[in-house]
Design a protein around this ligand. Structure first.
Ligand SMILES: [Zn+2]
Length: 464
């Protein structure tokens, strides 16, 4: 099966050039100007006026995550279909070690959830809840099974949080085994004291979720994480960075030579504490951790994406229905399940607010949405770029299409959109994975179970 994508502008992290793309089976065979004049293919896609870009790679999703007595509303079936609709062809989700279980048991549970359902290729990180001699040893085994990154929490005491000694021990292990430690960096101890104090004072509305998780406590934890990585002599990756104070800690670490990396998410670029303060209970739709910040943080995050102090934009996709899940925290903001839907919207939101608005170039867009995450998480050069030999994960993107984001038209299994009514420019018209068309002409052609588990390599050189 061969496919030719003709007359488009091919964009990679380094180049933007008119070219045709020839796909043979699951891989790209050739890219070149006028290629279509000399070869024939069984399927031809006309990309006149379109950008031809790599499929998106979202390295932070939580399909079916158990949290706060319920489960994220998208499973690997609905969530990966929605991802494909939005131009994302690979996710890296998080398997979770349960207390008293081995890391292998956590990984096997998530492989069983994802395998039969996933429409797109997927990798897994592992959330480690207990650091001891046996879990440290098991990290090596996980790496052999293609799980090369481990997430630890500095927040959620009693649920996920591990102490500094555990973080340092895990980091020291990755100095030997080549794994990458990812951190949720918020000072969970101080935050929990604030939460209890607010609740005791009768402050129960959703906005208090944001007010009890101050930016300074994200800055503090980020600084601590980077200092520990420096001591262990290893790279470190800060997930879902939301605050200027945390970005400053990353920038300072990088400027003294620490391989510190960080991602941010669309919600921190486009939404703010004002959304969390919406009247009534509506703010619950915007409860995620770290929380949405005041709007003045957004310009700093955009600058971080330009200067490469932030290298990745992921979603932290973790949807909960407003009507029957977010409502669990009706009288207590701390009981609102944490998380926002986003896996479907990332590609176009970053294009619209980033490229169309003039913050970043199309090549930088590709780097943030696909190439850098692929490099950092051991998927490059097979994924994250358009090149001969790479998987044919391709998006044909119409930069002139206007549309409006809405829960009425999105494909995520959740009853609201965090961006309801937002007008965006740009649409992933054709989405392919390994040469197979997943989306075309507004129709979905994916198959549950067609997505494959990706055994990832060890952390490679950083981006750029
Ligand atoms: Zn997360």
């Amino acid at each position: 099966m061969t496919t030719l994508i003709k007359n488009g502008t091919v964009v990679t992290a380094t180049d933007m050039t008119p070219a045709d793309v020839l796909i043979d089976g699951e891989r790209i065979r050739a890219i070149g100007l006028g290629l279509g004049d000399s070869v024939t293919a069984e399927t031809v896609i006309d990309a006149t006026g379109r950008y031809v870009m790599p499929g998106g790679i979202d390295v932070h999703t939580h399909m079916e995550l158990p949290f706060g007595g319920t489960f994220a509303s998208d499973d690997f079936g609905t969530g990966t279909a929605a991802a494909a609709w939005g131009g994302t062809t690979t996710i890296v989700d998080f398997a979770v070690q349960s207390y008293g279980e081995t890391l292998s048991q956590g990984l096997d549970t998530w492989l069983q959830k994802a395998g039969p359902k996933s429409h797109i290729d997927y990798g897994l990180h592992l959330i480690v809840r207990e650091i001891n001699d046996s879990t440290l040893r098991e990290m090596d085994t996980m790496i052999d099974r293609g799980v090369t990154s481990f997430k630890l929490f500095m927040a959620y005491p009693g649920v996920f949080m591990v102490d500094d000694a555990s973080i340092f021990r895990a980091m020291s292990r990755t100095a030997d085994n080549g794994g990458l430690i990812m951190l949720h960096a918020e000072n969970g101890g101080a935050i929990d004291v604030l939460v209890q104090r607010y609740l005791a004072e009768g402050k129960t509305a959703p906005v208090n979720h944001g007010l009890t998780r101050p930016a300074s406590m994200e800055g503090e934890a980020t600084h601590r994480a980077i200092a520990l990585a420096e001591l262990a002599g290893v790279p470190v990756y800060i997930v879902h960075l939301s605050a200027r104070e945390a970005l400053t800690a990353v920038r300072e670490g990088r400027s003294r030579g620490v391989p510190a990396y960080a991602e941010t998410c669309p919600q921190y670029l486009y939404l703010s504490l004002d959304d969390l303060a919406r009247p009534g209970f509506e703010g619950a739709k915007y409860v995620c951790s770290p929380p949405l910040r005041t709007a003045d943080h957004q310009a700093d995050l955009w600058r971080g994406l330009v200067t490469d102090d932030l290298q990745v934009v992921s979603t932290d996709h973790c949807p909960f229905d407003y009507k029957d899940q977010k409502i669990l925290g009706k009288d207590d903001f701390s009981a609102i399940p944490n998380g926002l839907p986003g896996v479907e919207d990332r590609y176009t939101l970053l294009w619209d607010g980033g490229v169309a608005a003039g913050h970043i170039s199309p090549t930088r867009f590709v780097e943030l949405i696909a190439t850098a995450p692929a490099r950092m998480f051991g998927l490059h050069p097979r994924k994250g770029t358009l090149a001969p030999g790479a998987d044919a994960d391709v998006v044909v993107f119409n930069p002139d299409a206007d549309r409006t984001i809405s829960a009425g038209t999105h494909h995520m299994r959740v009853d609201y959109s965090a961006y309801e009514g937002r007008k965006v420019r740009g649409n992933p018209e054709v989405v392919m994975q390994r040469g197979n068309i997943l989306v075309q002409d507004g129709k979905f052609h994916g198959q549950p179970g067609a997505g494959r588990f990706l055994e990832r390599s060890r952390f490679g050189p950083g981006p750029g």
